[in-house]
Design a protein around this ligand. Structure first.
Ligand code: G3I
Length: 375
């Protein structure tokens, strides 16, 4: 059954607009939704859908935690919007390898445990990101210098972490971004690959399943909707895993995409190729950039194109993935100004997300709502 869709009429005249998401400190009540919706609406009278109530699957948000920039425990102005629209969280940084496993025999769980408690207290699920990822700054230094048995060490890394979070984390990106369509092998020649070959990938899934049999285990990657070659390499890996009983439950399509390409047909066919093999499909890190041609500000045309693109991608997901295989949709950040795409180059600015910096809704938000409502 569909989750209840909460329609909020904001013409009550009880609250004033423009205060930003932090202008009130609402509790989990209908009026809290009115407050946060009101304060996040640029119009004075409208019907505002609650995203999580429009879907039967989790609607997720990437958050910062601990003492990180934009932590939900520090910048509390974002909480009303997050609590209103999302029922699933993922840590953008603090559950990566170097945070959870800073020294060979030392694990740091406090910050992620706090996030797990926050999620549970607010009726949200927590998705774990990520047990193994090649990104240089998130591989712990001790691991880079490790000279012992890599398979045992990585198995232990996965086992310790998944065991600790059993019951707190419902699903994991077990391995992130292991395919590289430009490399000779088809695999990213990361330190893990250099030490163990592609075997490290299946080892990680086997260890995770053993440590927490109830967690849903994902392979997560980017551009698999945009590069047929990359998709084919991933599918070949998954087909081989399936034939040999390697426990992969689903695929995360990161969906760091844009308003221009690839075509919706290609995106839908990519979702379908994975769904047809019986995997759960999750849109795991969605954002849609608009600024390929260096616009100085977000024009209304770009805003509308972004709305259409969000809508058509989500409709493609719903069309391609049967209900029972929908793992959910997670957006990679709340407000444009804090998106990772704006951290890369000080001379580049974009507006890839659903909310403006004052938490007001963008047309993109409505595109998502419209797609979900039409399912
Ligand atoms: O919070 C610290 C801040 O205190 C410090 O002053 C500043 C100085 O560099 O760094 C801040 O931490 C940064 C952190 O983001 C929070 O903004 C790290 O340097 C930076 O490396 C980190 O980048 C994250 C990146 O992964 C690497 O972990 C991005 O936020 C995060 O959005 C990005 O997420 C990845 C996914 O995990 C995998 N898919 C692609 C996606 C986007 O790159």
């Amino acid at each position: 059954m569909n989750k209840l869709m909460l329609i909020v009429l904001v013409s009550l005249g009880l609250f004033s607009c423009g205060g930003g998401g932090g202008s009130a400190t609402p509790s989990n009540s209908v009026s809290s939704v009115i407050v946060s919706s009101l304060s996040s609406s640029s119009s004075s009278s409208s019907v505002i859908p609650v995203l999580k109530d429009l879907a039967e699957f989790p609607i997720g948000m990437e958050v910062s935690a601990a003492d990180q920039t934009r932590s939900i425990f520090i910048n509390k102005t974002q909480l009303p919007t997050i609590k209103t629209h999302f029922d699933s969280l993922v840590a953008g940084v603090i559950m990566k390898m170097s945070f959870l496993h800073p020294e060979e025999f030392k694990y740091h769980y406090t910050d992620a445990d706090n996030l797990a408690s926050f999620a549970a207290e607010n009726n949200m699920i927590l998705h774990g990101h990520t047990l193994i990822w090649h990104w240089d700054s998130q591989i712990p230094r001790w691991m880079k210098n490790y000279t012992g048995n890599w398979q045992t060490m990585l198995d232990d890394h996965v086992t310790q972490i998944t065991t600790h979070f059993a019951g707190k984390v419902v699903s994991w990106d077990v391995v992130n971004e292991a395919i590289d369509q430009e490399s000779k092998s088809g695999y990213r020649e990361s330190i893990f690959y250099q030490k163990l070959g592609a075997k490290y990938i299946e080892n990680a899934f086997v260890a995770a399943r053993k440590a927490d049999p109830s967690a849903v285990l994902y392979y997560n990657d980017y551009n698999i909707e945009a590069s047929q070659k990359k998709l084919d390499l991933m599918l070949a890996m998954l087909d081989d895993f399936k034939a040999r009983g390697i426990p992969v439950d689903g695929v995360g399509f990161q969906m760091h995409t844009n308003i221009y390409d690839p075509s919706i047909e290609q995106i839908q066919a990519s979702f379908k190729a994975v769904a047809d093999r019986g995997y759960i499909v999750r849109i795991s890190e969605m954002d849609v950039t608009v600024n390929r041609y260096n616009a100085p500000y977000l024009t209304s045309i770009l805003m509308q194109e972004q709305k259409n693109r969000y809508k058509s991608i989500i409709k493609a997901y719903l069309a391609a993935v049967p209900k029972a295989q929908r793992g959910g949709i997670t957006f990679w950040g709340l407000v444009d100004g804090e998106s990772w795409v704006n951290e890369i180059d000080p001379n580049y600015r974009d507006w890839p997300l659903l909310f403006n910096d004052d938490y007001s809704l963008k047309p993109a938000f409505l595109g998502v709502a419209e797609a979900l409502r039409e399912q």
